[in-house]
Write a protein that binds this ligand. Structure first.
Ligand code: SAM
Length: 420
């Protein structure tokens, strides 16, 4: 029981066993009780704003979420999410233009203020001022969850309507021509060629930082030439451009997805330092941890807890999840051949796929099975995007020299490649 007193003191009574656990956890975390308490209170407030739908109905669903932080939530040294957020005293938020926004996975990560698996990902000072996608169902989901309009239609039809300036431009240009699951037409394919619209977007809005997401295939075989072309086209606009391959499981997403993130920075901001992984392989979130509480939940369209009945396919998607490991990559164009549940005689549901992509349960897809499958599979996992967004935020931090000293790491060295 906590009693606020006029002296500013807070008195908390807990039983001796809990107290012992608390102090040993604090000793491991390297945090003081006061620091932990203040940070946890801030996280708790953020969580209250984003309580999951499953939490509201926990008696029906067997959900395991808890509204309040518990002892397991006590941060370990260096892994606390609030520690990961650069402390900036910005007078206004940073404006973001979002291209190829899909259902909004990346954009949710940039705005923050959501909860996933009992952890809150605090709000970030980014404000999305313009977004676009040509998929109507994705646009509907986007507006419903991001709470603002999106320009719905072909990117080239909207190119003249882009804002004249923005602090940041983000986009996951379509990857089907590069993806090893696609026909591999390469950079000149009708879809990946769309990266040129992103180059045009950067040219027109002159962001201080841009972030482009793409598949691992960009680093393989002939596609390396495509990558060189992409980097050179962005670099010719006067940006220092680098790229890095990330495994999202290292950032708290229960999935082995690997994606390339290309970041360009103008000379007005600090160079980009990629986010540090926060989990080792023994700490990856497993499929069972991510979706175990949904095993007994009946199919429910309103919560996107619906699954494909497609027969086992000889091609992809015939795999079964392993309970004790993160999921295989959730794909967009799998035509119902999404992975099978690790223990149930069915494929995983869209809600389970969304969990595996680190969407909060409060994020509701406004579409049927196939379109939801596409939106979920296309998305940048919001939790991973949140970590990238924190690193982008550091580009805007004042006194870059101080920043180098704090991270104790040469900037850009952990990029897989850089060119200016
Ligand atoms: C890789 S997904 C982006 C996912 C998004 N970044 C997210 O995190 O949810 C690529 C998106 O580009 C969109 N797209 C494809 N062709 C387009 C076009 N010609 N104009 C606008 N959007 C297009 C697709 O509908 C798809 O949603």
């Amino acid at each position: 029981m906590a009693n606020p007193t006029s002296s500013g003191r807070i008195v908390i009574e807990i039983d001796p066993e809990q107290k012992r656990e608390l102090y040993s956890a604090l000793a491991l975390s390297g945090s003081t009780l006061k620091d932990w308490f203040i940070k946890s209170a801030a996280e708790y407030c953020a969580e209250r704003r984003q309580l999951s739908l499953f939490n509201h109905n926990s008696s029906d669903t067997g959900a395991q979420y808890e509204a309040a932080p518990d002892l397991e939530q006590i941060p370990r040294r260096g892994s606390h999410l609030l520690d990961r957020m650069p402390q900036l005293s910005l007078k206004k938020s940073l404006t973001v233009v979002s291209m190829f926004s899909g259902c909004g996975g990346m954009d949710l990560g940039f705005t923050g203020g959501f909860e996933f698996m009992g952890r809150s990902y605090p709000q970030l000072p980014f404000s999305i001022i313009w977004s676009n996608d040509n998929n109507k169902a994705a646009c509907k989901t986007y507006t419903h969850n991001l709470g603002h309009d999106i320009a719905c239609g072909d990117v080239w039809d909207f190119i003249d309507k882009l804002p004249g300036e923005a602090d940041v431009l983000v986009g996951g240009f379509p990857c089907q021509d590069i993806s090893i699951n696609g026909k591999r037409a390469g950079i000149n394919g009708p879809r990946t060629g769309l990266y040129r619209a992103m180059v045009e977007g950067v040219k027109r809005t002159r962001p201080k930082v841009f972030v482009a997401e793409n598949v691992k295939g960009l680093l393989i075989g002939d596609n390396r030439e495509a990558l060189a072309q992409v980097l050179s086209d962005f670099g010719s606009l006067g940006y220092a451009v680098g790229y890095k391959l990330y495994r999202v499981a290292d950032y708290g997403v229960p999935q082995m997805r690997e994606r390339v993130i290309i970041v360009g920075t103008s000379s007005e901001v600090n160079p980009f330092t990629p986010p540090e992984p926060e989990r080792s392989s023994s700490e990856w979130i497993t499929a069972e941890e991510a979706i175990g509480d949904l095993e007994t939940v009946q199919e429910n369209r309103d919560l996107n807890h619906i699954w494909s009945r497609a027969n086992p396919s000889p091609e992809q998607g015939n795999r079964r999840l392993t309970a004790a490991r993160p999921s295989h990559t959730i794909r967009a164009e799998c035509h119902g051949n999404i992975q099978f549940h690790y223990s149930l005689p069915r494929r995983i549901s869209m809600r389970e796929a969304a969990r595996i992509q680190s969407f909060p349960d409060s994020f509701i897809f406004q579409s049927g099975l196939r379109e939801t499958e596409r939106q979920v599979g296309n998305a940048v996992p919001p939790v991973f995007a949140w970590h990238v967004a924190c690193s982008v935020l550091r580009c805007f931090q004042r006194s870059p020299r101080k920043h180098v000293a704090q991270t104790d790491q040469p900037l850009n060295n952990s990029f897989d490649g850089i060119q200016s």
